[in-house]
Design a protein around this ligand. Structure first.
Ligand code: F6R
Length: 602
């Protein structure tokens, strides 16, 4: 996702900004740019592709003396990855960089165009700089103009703006997208993550939503809606690896915590008042399609299973799910009216890629749901929807899974609307639940501490069964996979109703059952399945909003009004359980034995 770096000081600005942006490369980007105020002149450079392209373009440029600079790596959301769409965006005499999305950009753009502003990009960001200049032309006071600009923006943003109207100043604002200020004796830095300024700044202040201000003459002016604010700097770690983990013990832990935020990115610009919009696909993708086949491996296969439940239920389209390594050799019957969907975090999984090639050869239309743009699977597919989870470093997938499920849910509504299988009332309920998901993914320290305490009782035994019904069955599979990947304990996921057809023979006090018991989906059915296990002395950890007296351990979730909200909340619980068990067992959670992040061999 996009990265921002800003600099106020007297050292070589080009190098500081590029080095900072390089530290943010892991977030993924497709173009980059810099604007520097050099001796009262505003210079700017942009390049598509890697940062090295930008460096080449700037090779003859050197900044002189004290001044300001802003830089950006862009991960395209509105408009293609081109130089014109790359940040910084220019007005007549100012430049802006921005992360997030300006939801009311269309109205603002029309209004500014009617006043004579001319736009050169397809981005939402460009409105900010024109709006600023229109206020500045009227008010002749850059701080007041910036303040007026911020007040008109709706949506999420982290913004840096520099202007010839006040050439020694950086204006900044944060609302919903990350931004921090870094300090050393005579320099001030801005960045969207502290990794960009480690080793340069010694102290940091993490801006809060709603805060804005300016660096003027080396001093920080900070405001929020209540007026001027004071702030306290904190020490910045000098250890890069630790800083990238932002204080978490493992990347996986950080990624579990990040899920609420990245889900906001997944939804960005896609959830409309009357349905789902995917810029990446058009309605012709579904023309003549009679059924859907989803193909994937591992965790991605589990999200595919969730997708199949949703697609059949809401979009009333026949949907089958295939494990890619099986699909390749089963001599499948393929018909051209099937849409072939592949799901992959990395976009490089050999089995999934080969399955996709087979389907294409058989004349099927293809769609991929992937976290990595320009990956082999994305390139091979007719269309692709990106999950926007950001780079996932922990080998055990967490946020990538969550965002895959979300894209499948949104895709279901997209298909359902096109096939007229959903009425407006139901559609509105689904859209409202989608918008509540980032909140459902948030959790507090109390829950984490409880799971940490509980985990000590689950370090032995002869096995774990994760059980659930309907969409909670693939979640049970995923919970079991997470646990076995990082704890090396044996765990299985099972449809709760199947236990009595064999596995219940294993039940005794050393069999740990993790029961997913949502209130909104077949609660009574799963309750009786769990009672059957309890009667055979199995140790039960129940996860439910409703108290369950036979549970040996109980984690209470929220009384949500939609199964998917319960799904995401329970997903977090199973992830934290796997994490805490693995940490207690002393395992390397981020790099579990025998596993690789990208499986490019068969
Ligand atoms: C488990 C995990 C794997 C992957 C599988 C497919 O945590 O990450 O099971 O899901 O190897 O990988 P992708 O999604 O990259 O195709």
């Amino acid at each position: 996702m996009c990265g921002i770096v800003g600099y106020y000081g007297k050292n070589e600005k080009k190098e500081i900004v590029i080095e900072g942006l390089r530290e943010l490369e892991y977030r993924g980007y497709d173009s980059a740019g810099i604007a520097i105020m050099d001796k009262e002149e505003l210079c700017h450079f942009k390049a598509v592709g890697k940062l090295s392209n930008l460096e080449t373009k700037m090779s003859d440029f050197h900044s002189q003396g004290a001044g300001v600079a802003i830089g950006h790596t862009r991960w395209a959301t509105h408009g293609k990855p081109t130089e014109l769409n790359a940040h910084p965006h220019l007005g007549e005499y100012s430049f802006v960089v921005h992360n997030g999305i300006i939801e009311n950009y269309k109205e603002l753009k029309e209004q500014l165009q009617s006043q004579g502003a001319s736009f050169v990009s397809q981005t939402d960001t460009e409105v900010i700089v024109h709006l600023f200049e229109s206020h500045q032309n009227r008010l002749k006071n850059p701080f007041a103009a910036f303040e007026a600009t911020i007040k008109e923006l709706r949506g999420a943003y982290a913004i840096l703006l520099i202007t010839k109207a006040q050439s020694d100043t950086i204006f900044f604002a944060k609302h919903g997208s990350p931004m921090l200020l870094g300090f050393n004796t005579d320099e001030i830095f801005f960045a969207s993550s502290d990794t960009a300024i480690i080793g340069k700044a010694t102290e940091v202040y993490y801006l809060q939503d709603g805060q804005y201000g300016a660096i003027e003459g080396g001093a920080v002016k900070l405001f929020d809606t209540h007026g001027s604010k004071t702030f306290v700097r904190q020490k910045l770690s000098a250890d890069k690896a630790m800083a990238q983990k932002e204080g978490y013990r493992f990347f996986m832990e950080k990624e579990i915590y990040e899920q609420s935020t990245v889900m906001g990115d997944t939804l960005m610009g896609r959830v409309m008042d009357n349905g789902i919009a995917f810029d990446e696909i058009d309605t012709t993708l579904l023309e003549g399609i009679e059924d859907i086949k989803i193909c994937a491996c591992g965790t991605s296969y589990h999200s595919a299973m969730v997708g199949a439940y949703l697609l059949e239920r809401l979009a009333k389209i026949k949907t089958s799910v295939e494990i890619a390594s099986e699909f390749r050799y089963k001599e499948p019957l393929l018909t051209p009216n099937t849409l072939f969907v592949t799901i992959s975090q990395s976009g490089e999984t050999a089995d999934t890629l080969e399955a996709l090639k087979m389907a294409k050869k058989a004349g099927l239309r293809s769609l991929s749901i992937c976290n990595v743009d320009n990956s082999s699977i994305v390139r091979e597919s007719d269309a692709a929807i990106l999950t926007r989870a950001g780079i996932e470093k922990g080998v055990a997938s967490t946020k990538a899974f969550a965002t895959q499920v979300m894209v499948l849910w949104m895709f279901t509504l997209f298909v359902a609307k096109q096939r007229h299988t959903i009425d407006n009332e139901k559609l509105q309920q689904e859209l409202s639940a989608i918008l509540q998901t980032p909140t459902a993914l948030k959790f507090n320290d109390t829950l984490h501490a409880k799971i940490n305490r509980l985990s000590k009782r689950y370090l032995h035994g002869h096995g774990f069964f994760f059980i659930g019904r309907d969409i909670f069955y693939p979640l049970a599979l995923e919970g079991a996979l997470k646990l076995k990947e990082i704890s090396y304990l044996h765990a299985e996921g099972y449809p709760a109703g199947e236990m009595k057809h064999g596995p219940i023979a294993l039940a005794d006090s050393e069999l740990f059952t993790i029961a997913l018991m949502p209130q909104t989906m077949q609660y009574e059915k799963i309750k009786s399945n769990v009672e059957e296990l309890s009667a055979r002395d199995a140790t039960i950890l129940a996860i439910s909003p409703l108290p369950f007296e036979l549970a040996d351990d109980f984690i209470q979730t929220t009384h949500a009004n939609h199964p998917m909200l319960e799904f995401f909340e329970m997903m977090v619980v199973t992830q934290l359980l796997a994490l805490e068990v693995a940490i207690r067992l002393g395992n390397d959670v981020d790099m579990p034995r025998n596993l690789a992040k990208s499986v490019t061999v068969e």
